[in-house]
Design a protein around this ligand. Structure first.
Ligand code: NAI
Ligand code: MG
Length: 498
């Protein structure tokens, strides 16, 4: 402090701040050595007798053993869900269902620190994000749908909404608890019971959530959790469920759609994206830089709606790229449990290899790479924040979802050209527009083929706002009143063409 004071007002600001490490304590999390499947309100060992190890991706340390559920285990879980549906849950008064959802929301809030630490430990995301984004949003989702549970008749007037039965839900590893909340909250509010399969690399927060369900005294069998890899997911798709809700890769989404074709099972798919974040020359440049950084480096870029293609108006290309590069040098990459960390660990070796492959392809195709100087830890899975300039639309890094901290920069001259380039992708999940003109925002929003369009912000989520895609990004909406619809049947709906 004394040293700083002596420098006086005219001293140049230090170019880089040094931070002491500020790790969040792991103590609050109690891990089991080996977990069971959560079926009928109990942890049971899998009939398969098979287990695999789940890791901390920042250290490659083994955290616990997780059951690899076989089709037989999945069938038992579905049976438990079916019994819970017919034996009471579907007949419970809507206010009674709301009561449990409110309880779950409250307990998640009370235990949010524990969940945040576990989420960062098992998934690699910075504690700042799991604490400030994942946990508050997961709780908010349960609160939001608790509010709808006894108002379905008002949400869908004259349509006599009824639950479907058992919902099979398959979720990815990028927002493990939040995706669980997106799936379970509307399903229960609508009166269904659930069998959910978390992603193989991030099962721990879903297993801790089972403890929340017990604490909330949710009737046994209303929510069942089966762990395992894609084979377990495939078994759930084939099982006696009434609906499948899937979030994950477009490849697996297509396979599920083929499998369910001709069956009576309902389906919603939330798949990949390659969003354009579009920067007009009249925008607030510094704010746009923050939005670009948040758009692609949030959660290591493991975000389906990430702003992975930056479209910059040519007239501001140079100052913008210079500001962006300077901002990148201030990002701190490292220990996910450190409260100062901005970019954590890549979720798995498999995902790291995918990022490395696409980045190598970008360099081979002729794009120019920039990475700020940063020291990556020796153990664990890491990738430095990366920007590619000189990117042509045909390059793989401009077409394929990288799902990592890698930004591809393209330019445009006119709004028409921006729309054309933004829509030049098989995906259509999200987009960002930065401009000071409200009329231009609306003009762009009408033309962009994307389910969510942010204006002068990015990666903002709210349970009241529907989320979902066009084209290969999937179909169906999650969040809002729209998010209830895929979990309901409507008597007499056909008569009205609905
Ligand atoms: P994935 O689609 O294989 O995994 C997502 C979930 O689906 C996991 O729970 C997995 O066990 C399950 N699954 C896998 N194969 C299945 C099958 N045949 N039937 C039913 N369920 C199955 O995604 P993966 O392999 O982890 O990541 C590959 C790429 O997918 C990523 O690099 C990224 O581009 C994209 N992805 C997109 C996500 C999104 O939020 N839209 C989330 C995760 C991945
Ligand atoms: Mg896969």
């Amino acid at each position: 402090m004394a040293e700083l004071e002596q420098r006086g007002d005219r001293a140049p600001a230090p170019s880089a701040w040094e931070y002491e490490s500020a790790p969040e304590s792991r103590e609050i999390v109690k891990l089991e050595e080996r977990y069971g499947l959560f079926i009928g309100g109990e942890f049971v060992q899998p009939r398969s007798g098979e287990y695999y190890e789940t890791l901390d991706p920042s250290s490659e340390e083994t955290l616990a053993e997780i059951p690899q559920a076989a089709p037989e285990d999945v069938a038992i879980a579905v049976k438990a869900a079916r019994e819970a549906f017919t034996d009471g849950w579907s007949a419970a008064t809507p206010a009674e269902r709301a009561k449990y959802l409110f309880r779950i929301a409250r307990i998640l809030q009370e235990r949010s620190r524990e969940f945040a630490v576990l989420e960062s430990l098992n998934g690699g995301k910075p504690i700042r994000e799991s604490r400030d984004v994942d946990l508050p949003l997961a709780a908010a989702h349960f609160f939001y749908y608790a509010g709808w549970a006894d108002k379905l008749e008002y949400a869908f007037p004259h349509r006599q909404p009824k639950p479907l039965g058992v919902a099979g839900q398959i979720i990815p590893w990028n927002f493990p608890l939040l995706m669980l909340a997106w799936k379970i909250a509307p399903a229960l509010a609508a009166g269904n019971t659930v069998v959910l399969k978390p992603a193989e690399t991030t099962p721990l927060s879903a297993l801790l959530f089972c403890d929340v369900l017990r604490q909330a005294e949710l009737p046994p069998g209303v929510v069942n959790i089966v762990t395992g890899d894609g084979a377990t997911g495939a078994a759930l798709v084939k099982a006696e469920v009434d609906k499948i809700a899937f979030t994950g890769s477009t490849e697996v989404g297509k396979a599920i759609q083929r499998e369910l074709a001709g069956s009576c099972k309902k389906l919603t798919l939330e798949l990949g994206g390659k969003a354009a974040n579009i920067i007009f020359d009249d925008c607030a440049l510094d704010q746009a830089v923050e939005g670009i950084v948040n758009g692609i480096y949030f959660n290591q870029g493991h975000v389906c709606c990430a702003g992975s293609r930056l479209l910059v108006q040519e007239s501001i290309y140079e100052p913008l790229i210079e500001k962006l590069k300077r901002r990148l040098t201030t990002l701190r990459v490292g220990d996910p449990l450190d409260k100062n960390t901005d970019v954590g660990a890549i979720n798995s070796r498999q995902q790291l290899e995918k990022i490395e492959e696409l980045v190598a392809a970008g360099q081979e195709e002729g794009a120019e790479i920039y990475q700020p100087p940063c020291r990556l830890p020796e153990k664990g899975y890491w990738f430095a924040p990366t920007v590619f300039t000189n990117v042509a639309q045909s390059y793989r890094i401009a077409q394929e979802e990288i799902f990592g901290p890698v930004l591809s920069v393209l330019t445009f001259r006119t709004p028409d050209e921006a729309v054309e380039k933004a829509n030049n992708t098989p995906y259509g999940l999200s987009a960002g527009v930065w401009t000071e003109k409200g009329s231009r925002i609306l003009w762009m929003a009408q033309r962009l083929e994307a389910g969510v369009i942010w204006a002068n912000t990015y990666n903002r989520f709210d349970p009241a706002s529907p989320f979902g895609g066009y084209k290969e990004s999937g179909f169906g909406r999650e969040g809002g009143r729209h998010g209830l619809e895929p979990y309901l049947d409507f008597d007499g709906a056909e008569a009205f063409g609905g």
